[in-house]
Each structure stands twice: as C-alpha cells, then as structure tokens.
Ligand binder design. Structure first.
Ligand code: BG6
Length: 509
C-alpha cells in the first residue's frame, strides 16, 4: 500500500505542527491543594494562552469547600495571576473561565458524585466537549480507591463511540511495593492500562527530555557512555526550602519515598538505559524497566545509604526552624528530609560503576543535576605537581535551575610552565534558544489531553522502583533516627562518607 511507505519529509513536517488538544473536560480532584494552585491551574491557563486548548474545553473542580462556580473561578484566576508563565490576557481568561465549574462534596458522598456526573454532562452538552473526560487525582494515594470507585459508580467512567476516558495519578504511587500493587489493581478495575497516566513531573522537564536527545540524537557521547570511560555517576536533587505547609503529606513519607523512588530513579533510568527502538511509550518503558530490574543494592545498607533530618539554624541569612519544629510535625518524628544511596546497575554497560543518588530539603541551594565523572588520565606525561589541581573530566547535565550541559576538562594554563587546570565548556538553554521552556506540567497535561503517553512511567517501572526502595526503608526502620544536619549546607556527614569511603566526593554544585 503506497500510503504505508514511511516518508521522512512528511513526518518531519507533521512534527512541527503544534499538538493541540481536542474538545474535552478535565475534572480535577484536590483543587484546593498547593499543587493545583501553584502548578496545575497556571499550566492549564498557559496551555490556553499558547492556543493549545480547544474552545470546547471544560474544567471542573471537586473539593470539600462550600464554593460556587465563581468562587473556584476566582481562586483559579488568582493562581493564574500569581504563577502562570505566560502574560495574563483577559480574552484568554474569559474564554477559559466560561468552561469552569465547581462541585462541592466529600469523596465518599454518592450524591456529590451524582452531582459531579450531572455537571460534567451538562458542560459537555453546552461546550461541545465530545464526551471526552480526563480525571486528575491530585490527592494522596490512599484516597485513590474511593475516588476511582465513585467515578465508576456514578457512570462517569463509561464512554460510548470514540469518546475517551483518562485518569491521571500523582506520585508517590503507593508507599511500598505491596500498596502500589493494590492501588494499581483498584485503578485497573475501572480504567484500562492505556488510559492511566502516572505523573512524574520530572519527565516533563525540558532538560530531562533532553537526556534522551543528548544521548541518542548525537554520536559524540554514546561511545564514552559506559564503564570503560565513566568512573561513577552522581545524581543530585537539592532544595533550599523546608517542608513548609506540607507536613500532612510529608511526615511519615520522607525524602526517599517523596522523590528518590520516582524522580531520581527515573533520572537514573534515562541515563543508564539502552537506546529504545522508537520514541513510543512501550519502547521507552521497556528500556527503563530493564535498567530498573538490573539495579542492585550493596549487601551492607548501613554504608551504602544515608539519611538525615534538618535541624534549626540559619539559611540565607535568616533563622529557620528544624523539621521537628515545623507546624504539624511531631517533635520526635524520624522522617528523613535527606536521603542518599549508592546503587549499581548490573549490565554489561554499567557493571561496577556506582550511581550515587542524593536529595534533601534545606540544603545549600536549589539545584538538580546529573554528573558523569570520567576515569582520570594516567598523566604519565606530566609531572604530578603540574596536574595536582585537576579534577576528573565531567559531563554535567544541569536539570535546573541553570538549565544546560557542562563539559569539564583540563587545559594548559597560559605561560611558560606546563600547568594544567580545569576549564569548562557550557551549553545554556537561555543563550541558545529564544523561547522559554514550558513548565513540566504544561507538557504533561497536554500529553494527557492529546493521549500521548511516552513521558509517563508504566506500572512496572513503579513496581521496580519500590522493589529498590523497600529494602532501604526496612533497613532504616530498624536503625533508629536519621542523622541531624544543619540547614544551608550539604547534608549529614554520613551522606559524604558514602563517597569518601570509596575515595570520591560529591561535586559542589
Ligand atoms: C515534588 C516533591 O515531587 O517535587 C516535593 O513532592 C519537591 O517535595 C518537588 O519539593 C520539587 O519539584 P521541582 O520541580 O521544584 O524540582
């Protein structure tokens, strides 16, 4: 059939066309939370202002508050004004706000869900949303089964003809392997696997997507991307903020479940995976799954992991409270706010190369980066004194906030002596591209509405990630309280010892 012959020119043109969502309703649970106000509602506006939402778009909020439609619209307006990335435009807002509705109720209240179903159907008829509904669960995972059950009971999960149903769940998906599996079984009862979108917002970040572009669209890096050249890999996600108003969510969860299980292991998977056969979700997931299945933990978890909790102290010239003194946190809480681990990926490419992962709140500054540190040159040619200051060659993927890539290598210092010193070559998004990067949530919400899953982890990845974390959590549960660390620094002593024991040290971001 002639139409089936691949045509690279036509495909290239097609890819340049903007991806615009078709008519649909987005139903959001948890609209009064920080995530909805700070990220989700602004992202929806930004999509609208970039012309990527259709005129027939509806947004329905569901929460306990005793609000009318206009109260929710006012909250959304305020969130957009404060946090949207693109400039505020009255015409965009006017069009969007016409499709805003609110339903007040408890998650276990049948009547409220019947009301929700009626509201969605009415909006569908008025705005012409084509009977397509996405449900965004911006809620703690323990509430998913109730909501999913209600969506089914109220008939909202049923569709006819070409109309679609999609459900979006936020991480962490479960709190260990068993609970993740149980949750998944509940979701599975109502939604087929291809309709479930698990959000890990790191995968929506431009710089994280660029890991695949850097590796697989170039020839330069792949030949050295292996144990023959790479000594070790460091993945850092540091935050300068404390737990703030999120005590209810964070306490008992901790840094490892909050971000190591998802964001950091996803970064590891993207760095360590083989080239997928295509940019489809199945092909990408298959490669990430192979990496996660090959991750092993050292036998002695007391030297291969570290955890800490920030104490009171000073940060940025201001006094800050310790974690245990934050509002809503019990003074004897043993929840960690810093977590680090040394993992290996037992594949031919990576055998014996340590991957050091760390994350923490109230650290020196907000920075996320992936560093590949290369083996040192033998330097037989230069006297050791001339290269004493030389670090290892490094390729650093700067995920945020100063997005880009740095290559560090040694160079001769101008002058009569043969002195060699570290220099770096930088690629910075801001200098190379005129356009600002979209926020991760803009990309991911659009992908949900378009039905494009490559940037969403599959359930097996989630399971494998818990399989990695569960033994660490069990070990920590038996080993007393986390080590205290002062705010504004780089975490507890044990986090540094993780590398120092092996003659290495963390990069200073
Ligand atoms: C979230 C975590 O997933 O990521 C938060 O739950 C963390 O604890 C946040 O603060 C950080 O996201 P970003 O995009 O600011 O790095």
């Amino acid at each position: 059939m002639p139409g089936a012959v691949p045509n690279p020119l036509r495909d290239a043109r097609d890819r340049r066309l903007p991806r615009v969502a078709g008519p649909c309703v987005l139903v959001m649970f948890g609209v009064t939370g920080d995530l909805a106000r700070g990220k989700l509602l602004p992202a929806i506006y930004d999509l609208a202002s970039r012309g990527l939402l259709p005129p027939g778009f509806g947004l329905v909020g569901f929460a306990r508050r005793d609000w009318e439609d206009q109260d929710f619209a006012a909250v959304a307006h305020d969130a957009v004004r404060r946090h949207a990335r693109t400039p505020f435009r009255e015409d965009v807002w006017a069009q969007l706000s016409e499709g805003i509705r609110f339903v007040s109720g408890e998650l276990d209240d049948d009547e409220a869900f019947d009301q929700l179903a009626a509201t969605v159907r009415d909006l569908d008829a008025k705005r012409g949303t084509g009977g397509n509904y996405a449900f965004y669960l911006s809620l703690p995972p323990a509430l998913f089964p109730t909501v999913i059950g209600q969506i089914k009971r109220s008939g909202l999960a049923e569709s006819s003809g070409d109309a679609w149903r999609r459900v979006v769940v936020e991480k962490p998906f479960g709190h260990d392997l068993q609970s993740a599996r149980e949750l998944n079984a509940k979701v599975d009862e109502v939604f087929p696997p291809e309709s479930v979108f698990r959000i890990d917002h790191y995968l929506g970040k431009e710089t994280v997507q660029n890991i695949m572009a850097l590796r697989f669209a170039n020839t330069l890096f792949e030949p050295i991307w292996n144990r023959g050249y790479v000594d070790h890999v460091q993945i850092t996600m540091a935050e300068d903020i404390g737990v703030g108003g999120r005590a209810g969510y964070y306490d008992g969860i901790g840094a490892a479940r909050d971000v190591l299980q998802n964001h950091l292991l996803q970064l590891l998977a993207l760095v360590a995976m083989e080239e997928p056969v295509s940019f489809t979700s199945d092909a990408i997931r298959a490669e990430k799954e192979k990496v996660l299945s090959a991750v092993t933990l050292p036998a002695d978890l007391s030297t291969a992991t570290a955890r800490g909790q920030y104490t009171e102290g000073w940060q940025g010239g201001a006094p800050v409270r310790g974690y245990a003194q934050e509002d809503g946190i019990s003074p004897d809480s043993t929840t960690e706010t810093y977590a680090a681990a040394r993992l290996t990926v037992d594949t031919r490419r990576w055998g014996g190369v340590p991957f050091y992962l760390r994350t923490g709140k109230r650290l020196g500054r907000r920075v996320t980066e992936v560093g590949l540190l290369f083996h040192r040159a033998p330097h037989a040619f230069f006297p050791t004194s001339d290269v004493a200051q030389l670090g290892a060659n490094a390729l650093v993927l700067r995920i945020q906030p100063d997005e880009g890539v740095t290559l560090r290598f040694g160079s001769k210092v101008p002058g009569a002596a043969m002195e060699v010193r570290d220099v770096s070559m930088d690629f910075t998004y801001g200098r190379s591209f005129n356009e600002d990067s979209p926020e991760a949530y803009e990309r991911l919400i659009l992908d949900v509405l378009v039905g494009d899953p490559p940037l969403f982890p599959g359930q097996r990845e989630v399971d494998l990630s818990w399989q990695i974390l569960d033994p660490i959590e069990r070990h920590w549960a038996e080993s007393g309280a986390p080590e205290p660390y002062a705010p504004g620094g780089w975490g507890p002593r044990s986090g540094h010892e993780l590398l120092e024991r092996e003659g290495r040290s963390w990069r200073r971001p």
